[in-house]
Design a protein around this ligand. Structure first.
Ligand code: 13P
Length: 342
């Protein structure tokens, strides 16, 4: 393993002023997004959609890396240029989702376990040869009465650490993503306590598996009440709680932290990132690795129609720029409205 090279990639992925586009929806997940815009989930449509994002000239300067789904890594654009080459030409590092989704953990009382470790050591060199320089693995932690169980939490943290070690040996930077879901009715105190437990366990397992923290990117969820909770915290409180938690759990050796959006609204995800960065200086740069919070607007603008490509690219550029400003603590609600009017 060449740790300096891994560290340089992780540092580039999380450099302030840029962030990661998570465009790695599985075929079934992108199908749900396409359903919402009455677009058929065909290979051609998935390719056209992702190609329009990667060709968005006004957006890509704000994008340090793009997480791809396996299919996209091998696809070529309309004129035959591999999509990976489009990303490289735009200065974005290609990455690949390597987990294979989640299934119920036996005896897990509802806990899920992420699949995909079998054969991963053999898959990684192929991804590297195709241009991928980082990978993603998402562990899902759901909060419900009696959940997560320690067994579920431990199994997920262990799998994340095993994946991360395999990636580093293949000279690929692992994005370590433990996502505490915001679907439930839990309050922010519960979100804090569970996320703390998860991060403590994840870093313990990374240590046991010999993962070099200098060569990872952490992709956490923010500390936020469940969507069904009647009492929602302010932006300032979410920022303050999340930063407090990260300081207590994430060693300074980690080169950068890139958040998931997890179902927050576009502007909420931006506002939270901005508020956290403004609490700095912090031991690590904070940026975005958003899926929905970057893509909901372009998807609506596109609607599956070629004549809407420019509008979709403009919508993507707007969100990318707002989040890039947030990663530097330079965003404001006024700027958001002003930019939207132009
Ligand atoms: P969201 O920002 O939509 O949560 O997606 C990010 C991601 O990569 C989830 O695994």
């Amino acid at each position: 393993m060449q740790l300096d090279a891994l560290n340089a990639i992780a540092t580039a992925m999380t450099a302030p002023g840029r962030g990661i586009l998570a465009a790695d929806e599985s075929t079934s997940t992108i199908g749900r997004r396409f359903d919402a815009i009455a677009t058929e989930n065909t290979e051609a449509n998935r390719r056209s959609y992702r190609e329009l994002l990667f060709k968005a000239k006004a957006a890509m300067p704000y994008i340090s890396g793009v997480i791809l789904y396996d299919e996209t890594l091998w696809q070529a654009g309309e004129d035959g240029t591999p999509l990976v080459k489009l990303l490289e030409a735009a200065g974005a590092i290609p990455g690949i989702k390597v987990d294979e989704g989640a299934e119920a953990l036996p005896n897990g009382r509802g806990d899920l376990i992420t699949k995909g470790l079998d054969g991963l050591a053999q898959r990684l060199p192929k991804y590297y040869a195709q241009g991928a320089r980082f990978a993603k693995w998402r562990a899902i932690i759901d909060i419900a009465p009696g959940q997560p169980s320690y067994a579920g939490l431990l199994a997920n943290a262990h799998a994340l650490a095993r994946y991360a070690a395999l990636c580093q040996h293949a000279q690929i930077v692992p994005i370590v993503e433990p996502e505490v879901l915001m679907d439930g009715a839990h309050d922010i105190d519960t979100a804090f306590a569970v996320t703390e437990w998860v991060l403590k366990e994840v870093f313990q397992q990374l240590y046991y598996q010999g993962v070099a923290l200098e060569g990872i990117v952490l992709k956490p969820s923010m500390v936020i009440a469940g969507m069904k909770c009647a009492s929602q915290a302010s932006v300032a409180e979410v920022a303050e709680r999340t930063v407090k938690l990260l300081k207590a759990c994430v060693p300074a050796a980690v080169p950068g932290i890139a958040f998931l959006s997890g179902g927050q609204s576009d502007v909420q995800a931006t506002a939270h990132l901005d508020a956290m960065v403004k609490l700095g200086p912090l031991p690590w740069p904070l940026t975005f690795s958003y899926g929905r919070a970057l893509q909901a607007a372009p998807q609506r603008a596109w609607g599956g129609k070629p004549e809407n490509i420019a509008a979709a690219q403009a919508a993507f550029a707007h969100r990318a720029r707002m989040n890039a400003l947030a990663s530097q603590g330079q965003w404001s609600a006024e700027l958001e409205q002003e930019a939207a009017r132009n």
